[in-house]
Design a protein around this ligand. Structure first.
Ligand code: PEP
Ligand code: CO
Length: 448
């Protein structure tokens, strides 16, 4: 692979388009040194793995699988510890077992992990008590502490992001293939959850799953195959300097892949048709997503599909609807119907988080558990009415016992948010809320 091959593949065409949400790097030489180095480092994922995921996402689009994508709004370098990574993987695997039962199809597991370090912001600056500093744009750019030194974009952080991603992925690969993910252990963790009096309402489903697992074992089910799972990595492809520098030519096909993660998505704020993000993503061959907010028009969705998946390849393009519970039943039908009627192949997912954020009376950025569930329910209703497939959910969660989202059986209220509110950006479902959500979505899936 040479940079000349990449240029021949046209991956630099985005440079002549407007790139929104990029940091203002104060030192151009330091930026060049960092990206030059990133152009030489080993890829984090392989093109062949991205191809496997594309096939699986295609199956989800047909209703033969269901996607669970989850993780932090913004990963923090200092949170990349064995305990926290394990808790997050554990939560995703626990949810996946419950969803498998409801869906009766494979659950495709994708972490918002090992690279989710860049955040779009509503303003370039932040002012506190008369002091204005650059906004926090995620650990790949600057640090959240409100000092000039911390907030100044530092290109060394691009290299740090690569190394922390590599360490995180290494642990993900170890946990998912080294015995930790054995279906029987994951299932026994869930039984503990449902046996807790607070969650006893899920005990029946948990014991049904238990019978299914015991039946498989008794029938001589191949538990070797159930000892390992695949957990793919993903993040928002926001910072184009980083994504371009990790793009490689696949030696088998000669095609360009962004090897920073298996799955990459374009955010709601950067999905302009003529913008640099859409242009760049049109040139890489990973499976990709686009977030669609409540202002999206059917023509926008069709134009994005034409630009990003002109050959209509199944699994290449996922639309992630993040409408808000109040809008999903009004706005989503026309998009789903337009896509369906045009014969455009996409996998539809629901992000029930980003349209439902508000500030609580005590001043915390939060979401309500019931509202989140209502958006997912609306997403399923819309697809049922259109005869199309609800293919997955995209959620912000953590494996820890934080208090950032209100409600759930634990009934976290405004006062409760203060107990353990840790997120630097958006509020995440905690471990219990994540499992509770899995049980609820499992019910929706069983009626799909
Ligand atoms: C996110 O996923 O954290 C995010 C910023 O979402 P959106 O682009 O949908 O607002
Ligand atoms: Co977020």
């Amino acid at each position: 692979m040479t940079q000349t091959d990449l240029e021949a593949a046209g991956v630099d065409s985005f440079l002549s388009c407007e790139a929104k949400q990029q940091p203002i790097w104060p030192d151009a030489d330091a930026l060049r040194r960092a990206t030059d180095r990133l152009r030489e480092v080993p890829p984090l994922v392989f093109a062949g793995e991205a191809d496997v995921l594309r096939e699986q996402l295609a199956a989800a689009g047909r209703g033969e699988a269901f996607v669970l994508q989850g993780g932090d709004c913004a990963e923090i370098f200092s949170d990349a510890t064995a305990d926290r990574i394990r808790n997050k993987i554990k939560t995703i695997l626990q949810m996946a077992v419950v969803l498998t039962y409801g869906a009766s199809t494979p659950i495709i597991k994708i972490g918002r992990m090992a690279g989710q370090y860049a955040k779009p912001r509503s303003s370039n600056d932040e002012t506190r008590d008369g002091v204005t500093l650059p906004a926090y744009r995620g650990d790949i750019v600057n640090s959240s502490a409100f000092t000039l030194e911390s907030r100044t974009p530092d290109p060394q952080r691009l290299l740090d992001a690569y190394h922390v991603s590599a360490a995180t992925l290494n642990l993900i690969r170890a946990f998912t293939t080294g015995g930790f993910a054995d279906l029987r252990s994951v299932h026994s963790w869930n039984q503990g959850f449902a046996a807790n009096p607070a969650y006893a309402k899920y005990e029946r489903t948990a014991s049904e799953i238990d019978r299914a697992v015991r039946f498989m074992a008794a029938a001589g089910g191949d538990f070797d195959a159930l000892k390992t799972v695949e957990l793919f990595s993903s993040h928002e492809a926001l910072l184009l300097d980083y994504e371009r520098a990790l793009t490689r030519i696949d030696s088998r096909s000669g095609l360009a892949y962004d090897c920073s993660a298996h799955f990459l998505w374009i955010g709601e704020r950067t999905r302009d048709l003529d913008g640099a993000h859409v242009e760049f993503m049109s040139k890489i061959h990973n499976p990709i997503g686009v977030k669609l907010g409540p202002t999206t028009k059917p023509a926008d969705a069709l134009a994005l599909a034409a630009r990003l998946n002109p050959d209509n390849i199944p699994g290449r393009l996922t639309f992630v609807a993040r409408m808000g519970a109040d809008n999903v039943r009004e706005v989503l039908p026309s998009l789903v119907e337009a896509v369906r009627d045009a014969g455009v192949v996409v996998t539809w997912m629901s992000d029930p988080m980003h349209g439902n954020t508000f500030t609580s009376e005590s001043g915390y950025k939060t979401r309500k558990f019931d509202t989140i569930l209502d958006e997912v329910a609306g997403f399923f209703e819309v697809h049922r009415a259109a005869g199309t497939v609800p293919g997955g959910i995209h959620v912000e969660l953590t494996g820890d016992d934080v208090t950032e989202v209100m409600g759930g059986t634990e009934e976290i209220d405004d006062e409760g948010l203060a107990r353990r509110y840790e997120t630097k950006v958006d509020p995440r479902l905690n471990h219990q809320q994540s499992l509770e959500m899995a049980f609820k979505v499992s019910e929706l899936l069983s009626q799909r």
